[in-house]
Design a protein around this ligand. Sequence first.
Ligand SMILES: [Cu+2]
Length: 125
Amino acid sequence: MMAVSCGTDAPIPDEGQRFTARPGALRFPITGCVVSVDVDAQDIVLAHDEIAGFMNAMTMTLGVKETVVLTALAPGHAVSGTLVVDGARLWIEDTKIDEDGRCRAVFDRASPTRGQTFSRHLARR
Ligand SMILES: [Cu+2]
């Protein structure tokens, strides 16, 4: 007997469509502080605030859809955007870098995994 598929059973997009949401994906506003950036992996470690009704505040790895934003991010930046939850796949889109000093403490605590990113950030300050 054939399984009947609904929206959330749609095939998971391949690697080239990592940030393509399937029908039924959930979206939540998200804000947080960048702890580290991995440009090659297209993701960041983000200490995010509580997402009401979905997730407590925590530090986790999340993909960032916009490459132009990803490459500009550094530890200590505040970001806001939309968290997309598509089954087990999660990422941020409509990502914005906020002028917000509250993340400076995270920056000071962070032990950056990419020295280059860290120095680039320092050079900008
Ligand atoms: Cu989380």
